[in-house]
Design a protein around this ligand. Structure first.
Ligand code: ARG
Length: 278
């Protein structure tokens, strides 16, 4: 009797030990899941129009640029694997609306019209439209564009601001599928100016000194714009990505990437003030 009860105590002890060991290992697994997050989340499809240097452009067969580095940092922070794919500007909107892609990053300005059809992340970049002209052009301000031929990328805020000046159906507005083609129209003499985001026209003028171009600022006419990541309406990714955006702003990652591409400090105060408004 004594023997049996000793044996049953032993069995019980071993059983308890095994059970508690199981418990521990289960806890560990869950901790691991929460920690990295990678295995539990799918690879997301991120679409872009990689013809907008220095934000997104092709370097041989690789998509590089400020946006490319930024989305990589943000996706990593949020715990997502991603593939970044060049689809072109108009297809971005088709893919996001049809939920064929999970996220778009392409220097996309957040505005009320787009907000009706898409969701946006917190703003991550401060931008404005500027005017690219040949050096010595008689165009000195936005007002001077009114009787000129202006090239823009179709479906951008550049098109919008030029339409506001010249009239919506003005034939002097030449619209192109991508911004490189708009610039080519200017440099080949088919247009007097290009209107596009400052980061793009400034980089183009600086990197192509032989083409003798200059950039005009008209902050009275062209207002500040903020870029956001674009999601299908109701996307569950927005919360994770907003959190990750805040983190990369706070931990210095954003500033590091910004300096790498623009060689100067970002205006964190203005962007973060805009983030607070959301
Ligand atoms: N920021 C402007 C807009 O949202 C132009 C963006 C164009 N981006 C591009 N990758 N082509 O309309």
């Amino acid at each position: 009797m004594k023997k049996i009860s000793f044996l049953s105590v032993m069995i019980l002890t071993i059983f308890t030990l095994i059970l508690s060991a199981c418990g521990t290992s289960k806890e560990n697994t869950e901790e691991g899941k929460n920690g990295s997050g990678d295995e539990s989340k799918k690879t997301i499809r991120v679409v872009t129009d990689a013809a907008y240097a220095p934000f997104e452009y092709m370097d041989k067969d690789k998509i590089v640029g400020f946006d490319a580095d930024f989305i990589k940092a943000v996706a990593k922070e949020a715990g997502y694997q991603m593939e970044l794919v060049h689809v072109g500007w108009d297809p971005i909107f088709v893919e996001i609306e049809g939920k064929l892609a999970d996220v778009a990053i392409s220097s996309i300005t957040i505005n009320d019209e787009r907000k009706q059809s898409y969701d946006f992340s917190l703003p991550y970049f401060l931008s404005t439209n500027k005017i690219l002209v040949p050096k010595g052009s008689d165009i000195k301000s936005a007002e001077d564009l009114k009787d000129k031929v202006v090239a823009v990328q179709n479906g951008t805020t550049g098109q919008e601001v030029v339409e506001a000046l010249l009239g919506k159906n003005n034939k002097n507005i030449k619209k192109f599928e991508n911004n490189n083609l708009a610039i080519l129209e200017l440099t080949s003499g088919g247009a007097d100016a290009v209107v596009a985001d400052n980061g793009v026209v400034e980089a183009y003028a600086a990197n192509n000194p032989d083409q003798k171009l200059e950039v005009l600022t008209d902050s009275g006419t062209f207002s500040a714009e903020f870029y956001g990541l674009m999601f299908p309406k109701g996307s569950e990714l927005k919360a994770d990505f907003d959190k990750a955006i805040k983190k990369v702003f706070e931990d210095g990652t954003y500033t590091k990437i910004y300096k790498e591409w623009f060689g100067q400090e970002p205006d964190l105060e203005t962007i973060q003030a805009e983030q607070e408004k959301q």
